[in-house]
Write a protein that binds this ligand. Structure first.
Ligand code: AMP
Ligand code: FE
Ligand code: FE
Ligand code: ZN
Length: 289
C-alpha cells in the first residue's frame, strides 16, 4: 500500500483543485492520500467526493502554522473534528492574520519599485482566502520579476527578506492542547527542514511528546539521510510514530511529486487507532481502510 500523508491543493498554496489532486494521487499509484492544506479544512468535502470516485482513501488533515521559541513550525493534524470551536477559532485567527499581512507585503514590494497590487494578486491566487507567500511569489513570476517561486523566496520573501512580513501563528504547545481537544492526531511536519532543527532538539521534542505530539514526519525532501536516521532514533526513544510524505504543492514546488516519499502502513494504522481512541468523529473518505 502506497501512502502519502502531506499534500496541498489550491485551497491553500498548491496549484491543483482538491478533485484534481486526488485523481493525480490515484494516477501516481497511491492508495491513500491526506489533504493537508495550510490552516483550513475547506478542501475536505470536495476531496472526499473525489476519493469516492477515484477509488482511493482520503485522510482529512490540516497543516497548522505554529510558533515554537520564536521559530515557525508546521504541525500536521489528522482527522480532527472540523466543527471543534477552539480549533476553528485558532484557524480563523491565522487566516485573518494571513489576509492582513498581504497588503503589507505588497506595500513592501511597491517600495522596492515593483507594481504589486491587491487586484493583481487576487487574479493570480484566484481570490484564495488562505493567502500565503507562495501566492505573492506567483505574482512576482507573473510580473516577470523572478522566474520561479523558489527565486521569489530567495530574493524577496524568505524570513528576513526585503518583502518579508511576520504574521500571527498559534503557539505550538497551546495548539497541541487544542488539537487533542479536537480529537486530532498531531504530527510535526518536516521538523528539521528550513531553520527549525535548532529549536526542535531531542529535549524539546520530548517535551512536545509529553504535551500531546504523536509523530514526526521524518521522510521529507527537506531532510538529509543523516537527519532522517537521527530523527528515527529519537522517534523510537520517545514512542513517536514516523511518517513520510511528498508535501506536494502541484506545480508550485519542484521535485515534490505525489508519492515521492511515503508512510508505512503500520504507521498509518497507529494514526487511525489514535484518532479512534480519542473518539474523533472524522472518518477516512473514499475507499475503506
Ligand atoms: P506562508 O505560510 O505564507 O508564511 O508561506 C510559507 C509557505 O511557503 C510554505 O508552506 C511553503 O509552501 C512555501 N515556501 C517556503 N519557502 C519556500 C521556498 N524557498 N520556495 C518555495 N516555496 C517556499
Ligand atoms: Fe505550503
Ligand atoms: Fe510545511
Ligand atoms: Zn506542506
Amino acid at each position: 500500500m502506497r501512502i502519502d500523508l502531506h499534500t496541498h491543493s489550491r485551497v491553500s498554496d498548491g496549484t491543483d483543485s482538491p478533485t484534481d489532486l486526488v485523481h493525480a494521487a490515484a494516477r501516481a499509484g497511491l492508495q491513500v492520500v491526506a489533504l493537508t492544506d495550510h490552516d483550513t479544512t475547506a478542501g475536505w468535502t470536495e476531496a472526499a467526493a473525489a476519493a469516492q470516485v477515484a477509488g482511493i482513501s482520503l485522510v482529512p488533515g490540516i497543516e497548522v502554522s505554529t510558533r515554537f521559541r520564536g521559530t515557525g513550525v508546521h504541525l500536521l493534524v489528522y482527522l480532527p473534528d472540523a466543527d471543534d470551536s477552539a480549533l476553528g477559532a485558532e484557524l480563523d485567527a491565522i487566516v485573518t492574520a494571513r489576509q492582513e499581512r498581504v497588503p503589507r507585503m505588497l506595500a513592501r514590494l511597491r517600495d522596492l519599485g515593483i507594481p504589486a497590487t491587491e487586484q493583481a494578486l487576487a487574479e493570480v491566487s484566484g481570490h484564495n482566502l488562505v493567502t500565503g507567500r507562495p501566492h505573492v511569489a506567483d505574482l512576482l513570476v507573473r510580473l516577470g520579476v523572478v522566474a520561479s517561486r523558489a527565486e521569489a523566496f530567495s530574493a524577496y520573501l524568505a524570513d528576513g527578506g526585503p518583502a518579508y512580513v511576520d504574521r500571527y501563528a498559534a503557539d505550538l504547545t497551546r495548539m497541541l492542547e487544542v488539537v487533542r481537544g479536537a480529537r486530532g492526531v498531531a504530527v510535526l511536519a518536516h521538523p528539521w527542514g528550513r531553520g527549525s532543527a535548532e529549536v526542535l532538539d531531542e529535549t524539546a521534542l520530548a517535551g512536545l511528546a509529553d504535551a500531546g505530539l504523536v509523530g514526526l514526519e521524518v521522510d521529507h525532501l527537506d531532510h538529509t539521510p543523516a537527519q532522517r536516521t537521527r530523527l528515527r532514533e529519537i522517534a523510537g526513544r520517545l514512542g513517536l510514530l514516523v511518517t513520510g510524505s511528498s508535501d506536494h504543492h502541484g506545480a508550485g514546488k519542484v521535485g515534490h511529486d505525489l508519492g515521492c516519499e511515503t508512510t508505512a502502513p503500520g504507521e498509518l494504522a497507529r494514526i487511525l487507532q489514535r484518532a479512534a481512541d480519542l473518539g474523533s468523529p472524522t472518518r477516512v473518505a473514499g475507499k475503506e481502510l
